[in-house]
Ligand binder design. Sequence first.
Ligand code: URA
Length: 396
Amino acid sequence: MPLFTPGEMAKGGKSISLSLVPKCGACGLHKTCKTKKMKVFGKGRRKVLIIGEAPGATEDAIGRPFVGDSGQILRTACKQIGVNLDDDCWSYNAIICRPPGNELPESAIDHCRANVLNTIKELDPEKIILLGTAPVKSLIGHVWKEDPGGITRWAGMQIPAVDPNSWICPTYHPAFILRARDEVPMRIFTNQLRKAFALEGRPWTKAPDYEKAVRMELDDAKAAASIRVMMSFGKPIAFDYETNMIKPDSQDARIACCSVSSGDTALAFLWRKEARKAMGCLLKSQVPKIGYNMKFEDRWTIREFGHAVRNFMYDGMLDTHVLDYRTGVCSLKFQAFVLFGADDYAEPVKEYLQSKEDGGNSKNRVFDCPVRDLLLYCGVDSFLEWKVWNLRRGKK
Ligand code: URA
C-alpha cells in the first residue's frame, strides 16, 4: 500500500501572492481627475498602511488622501487613540484616480489592484487597515476566491495574513460614520482602529504551513493503530468526514474518508476496514470530540454505527454563530482564514464536493477526486477544527 508522506505534499500556507502588473488607463478615470495616480502619503513611522476607497473632490484638488470631510473623521478618530495619521501611517486608496460622482466601479478596483499590491510590497507594512468595501474587494478579494462581500462581513476582524506577513484589519469607511451622524458608529470605528494599532509587530515569526501537519495514511491497519494511539493521549480529538452527499439518508450515501487531530498533527485515511472499525471505537468512547457542524457528523455516525457521537464536547460552527451574528462568517474555511490566515485550501477539491442538485441527497464526485488532494483537505479540516477550539478556549 502506498503511504503518502509529508515530503510529497503540496506546499501549504498559500497566501496573498502579490501580482504586480497594473492596468493603469484601462478604467479611464485618469481622464477626468486632476491628480492622476495619487501617490502614497505619510511617514509610516508605526508601519501602518491605511487604504481607503478612492480620492474625493478635496483629495483630488489637493493631491493627498484623507484631507476632505471624511478624512477629517478619520483624523479625529486617530487623534483620540494617540495616532497622527500623517506621521504614524501611510495613506493610500483602492482606486487611485478620483472616480466622477464618487462612484466606485468594480472594474476600476480590479484594474487598480496591482497598484495596491505593489504598494504593500514596497512599504512592507505590519498592519493594513482597510476602510470600507472597496479595499476589502481589492485586497481580500485577491486571496478569498469567493465573493468577499461588503465591509459589514469583515469589520473589526484582525486577519493574520501570511504573505504579506501583515495584520489585515478591515473597518468601516469614515464617510459612513460621517453620514450616520451618531456617536455609536464613531465609537465602534474608533475602537476598531484602536484594536488594530494595539496589535504587536507582525502576525508570524514563522509562516504556518497547515498542510505539513497532515499525515495521509492509505494502509488501513496502520491508520487504525494511529487512531488508537491518538485515543490513548487522553486529549480531545477533532474529526471530520468527507462524504458523497450531504445527508446520509439515501441508500447510496457513503463516507469517502475521515481525519482526526489531537492538536499537533492530523491523520487522514480512507473509510475502510480496520480504520473504520477503529473510528467506531473512538466515536463510542468517552474521549472528548471536537467537530464543526456537529449535526452532520452525528447523523453520519448514527448511520454507520447506530449511535450518535459520544461526548461531543465542542462544535466550532455553533460557537461561531453565538459569537458573531453576521451571515457568511461561520464556515470553517472563513474562520480558518480570519483566525489563522489559512487561505482557500479547499480549492483543489471544491469541484468534486459540489452536488448538481440542492437538498443534500444528490451525489457529488468525491470518489473521482485525487486521493491525495482529498485526504490533505480532510486532514487540514480536522487540524483547523482543533485549532479553532484551542483558540476559543484562550490558548494559542
Ligand atoms: N479620502 C481618501 O483619500 N479616500 C477615501 O476613501 C476617503 C477620503
